[in-house]
Design a protein around this ligand. Structure first.
Ligand SMILES: CC(C)(COP(=O)(O)OP(=O)(O)OC[C@H]1O[C@@H](n2cnc3c(N)ncnc32)[C@H](O)[C@@H]1OP(=O)(O)O)[C@@H](O)C(=O)NCCC(=O)NCCS
Length: 217
């Protein structure tokens, strides 16, 4: 199993009568990913750096400060140069669009996955939405709930866990985009990271680092 097998392509296709167009961008398209998903790339590098600082208390936690301040997608690369560690081991950004010209927005699914130092699978961005089901602003219960979902997070997580089991990866991480997503991810076994960054972002109520340690790790 590789990263490409995690995206639930068939289940997404079954949700719609129209055809679905799927695009994958991998390591070879890293510049494109960095342009399209700059914030996620910062988060990938930042998550790994935060973990490194926890494990190496004598290092200078501000050593990569300028990359954080600039919101640089090359943060992971700076960490690789500084530590000699391979920070970004694999990456795949997948998008799915419904082919229907009558739709204004055709995106129905998006997933940015990365395998990063020390040995974690990071769900850097995930979206499953039904572009035929916009939710009127007055009816939205949560932030970032512009469209009805597809009910596919459980399948995604199952695929992630299978990938981790086959590749000896003991942990899945993600950042809850907003605080009201925390109970949602907790219901699938994720916990807010018990670190200074975890506590700080929890207070900010956005970008909250969460992780799930896998049972058979
Ligand atoms: C979060 C998400 C990926 C889950 O995918 P899904 O399982 O296909 O989506 P569903 O809508 O079926 O979600 C399942 C549950 O999460 C809830 N939920 C959806 N968006 C939520 C949000 N922003 N905050 C809290 N809960 C949310 C749904 O109400 C639903 O609960 P219910 O079963 O009790 O009705 C999808 O809702 C989504 O793409 N949301 C918008 C983008 C987003 O917030 N991504 C997460 C970034 S960390």
């Amino acid at each position: 199993m590789n990263l490409s097998d995690i995206f639930p392509k068939e289940s997404i296709s079954k949700k719609f009568n129209s055809e679905i167009s799927i695009q994958e961008r991998g390591r070879k398209n890293l510049n494109e990913i960095a342009n399209l998903k700059t914030g996620c790339m910062v988060e990938i590098g930042g998550g790994a750096w935060d973990r490194y600082v926890q494990q190496n208390p004598s290092c200078d936690p501000r050593a990569l400060g300028s990359f954080f301040d600039d919101g640089s997608p090359k943060l992971y690369l700076a960490m690789e140069r500084l530590t000699g560690l391979k920070v970004l081991k694999d990456i795949l950004y997948t998008t799915a669009h419904v082919i229907d010209e009558s739709l204004e927005d055709t995106l129905c699914a998006e997933l940015l996955l990365a395998v990063t130092w020390p040995n974690v699978l990071r769900i850097s961005d995930v979206t499953f939405i039904n572009p035929y089901g916009p939710i009127p602003e007055t009816e939205r219960q949560y932030h970032y709930q512009d469209y009805k979902g597809l009910g596919l997070f459980p399948e995604l997580l199952e695929n992630c866990e299978k990938f981790c089991s086959e590749n000896d990866i003991p942990e899945i991480t993600l950042s809850a985009a907003y605080i009201d997503l925390v109970p949602f991810f907790e219901s699938y076994g994720f916990m807010v990271e018990d670190t200074p960054a975890g506590r700080a972002y929890l207070e900010l109520e956005a970008g909250i680092p969460m992780h799930k340690v896998l049972k058979n790790a």
